[in-house]
Design a protein around this ligand. Structure first.
Ligand SMILES: [Zn+2]
Length: 352
């Protein structure tokens, strides 16, 4: 556990839900943990006892990735954990593959509706189309324009054109729209939707104070790792970092004693402390970037060695490029850096 993490409290201790089973974290709210084939090797999903349109059953929050292992784990959960009741609806916090991957399978299997923000729904539909989805030539050209020019990396990014679609092959054809401040009645509790920006197009977290404050945080607030905040080729002049920082600042209006249920890591207490830690983390990163750009103009690729002190594989490099750009763009939009396109076609940022 790193020193920052020690300032958070984990009320469930070391307990984790066993594969294919669940662990109750509050009355009528159960934690399920599914594997992921990445360095980040698991995702947390939530089962909420519910009653909808006169039927008793369960609401699921998030789905896991679309692969056979996750489908099998869900079947075990259905057999053991639902008290013989059906799934009534599937809420998805945002469009990333580990969250929405199995939404199509789950809603079809149970004949129920997907609930999600319209922005993330449309982004997922677009990304799941094989042609013109995320990545491919456009991503390779974008990274090259920010200094990732070595031919091997460019070629590998280009070949990954169907990366999102390979993990999210289908998205349900209909959905029910979630919006900020909307209140959902789930199993005797009123849950308020909180839109968050900077990580996904329109991420929805769920907050309740009924029976003690709880936040289903999705990826907006994680205990151990910082939430990915990246600029992508689809929106080359995006400025997601201020959006993310404003969103987590907003979470500070929630109760200090909120039990935070994150999508990765363990449920924790210390919401305000964790927001402060992340604010400090990004302030430090912005400072590093500002310093690096004050000695010479730098591209995003130039900053990887400054910001990330460990060797990165291709997957991590693309994430790191996005993160480096998020910090560069925050400073550029603030007017502290300016950017110039070099004769080599690479954008470099320098003190304004
Ligand atoms: Zn995410």
């Amino acid at each position: 556990m790193n020193p920052q993490e020690q300032r958070l409290e984990y009320p469930l201790g070391e307990r984790l839900p066993p594969p294919g089973a669940s662990l109750e974290v509050a009355p009528g709210l159960r934690w399920v943990r599914m594997g992921l084939p990445f360095a980040l090797d698991h995702i947390n999903l939530w089962l909420l006892r519910d009653r909808l349109d006169g039927r008793e059953g369960w609401t699921l929050v998030d789905c896991g990735i679309a692969n056979d292992a996750t489908r099998q784990a869900w079947e075990q959960v259905f057999d053991r954990e639902l008290e013989g009741l059906p799934v009534l609806r599937v809420i998805v916090t945002h469009m990333h593959p580990d969250h929405i991957g199995l939404a199509h399978w789950l809603t079809e299997r149970w004949g129920c509706r997907l609930w999600i923000s319209a922005t993330d729904y449309n982004a997922a539909r677009l990304g799941s189309l094989r042609a013109g989805g995320h990545g491919g030539d456009s991503a390779a050209a974008f990274f090259a324009s920010h200094g990732l020019t070595d031919p091997l990396s460019v070629e590998r990014v280009r070949q990954r054109g169907n990366y999102y679609a390979s993990m999210v092959p289908r998205v349900p054809e209909q959905f029910r729209r979630l919006m900020h401040d909307q209140v959902l009645r789930i199993g005797g509790r009123d849950w308020r939707c909180i839109a968050g920006y900077g990580h996904a197009p329109e991420h929805i977290s769920l907050y309740t104070e009924d029976g003690g404050p709880l936040l289903i945080a999705g990826d907006m607030l994680l205990p151990r790792i910082s939430t990915n905040v990246s600029v992508f080729d689809l929106e080359p002049e995006g400025n997601p970092l201020p959006l993310y920082l404003a969103s987590i600042q907003g979470l500070c209006s929630l109760h200090e004693d909120t039990l935070v249920l994150p999508s990765h890591g363990r449920p924790f207490l210390g919401l305000h402390e964790r927001v402060r830690q992340l604010q400090a983390h990004h302030a430090e990163r912005l400072h590093e970037v500002m310093q690096a750009c004050s000695s010479a103009p730098r591209s995003a690729a130039d900053l990887l060695g400054v910001m990330f002190k460990r060797p990165l594989d291709l997957h991590q490099t693309t994430f790191a490029m996005g993160e480096a750009l998020a910090h560069l763009h925050a400073l550029w939009f603030e007017g502290r850096l300016e950017r110039r396109l070099g004769e080599d076609g690479v954008w470099r940022f320098a003190n304004a």
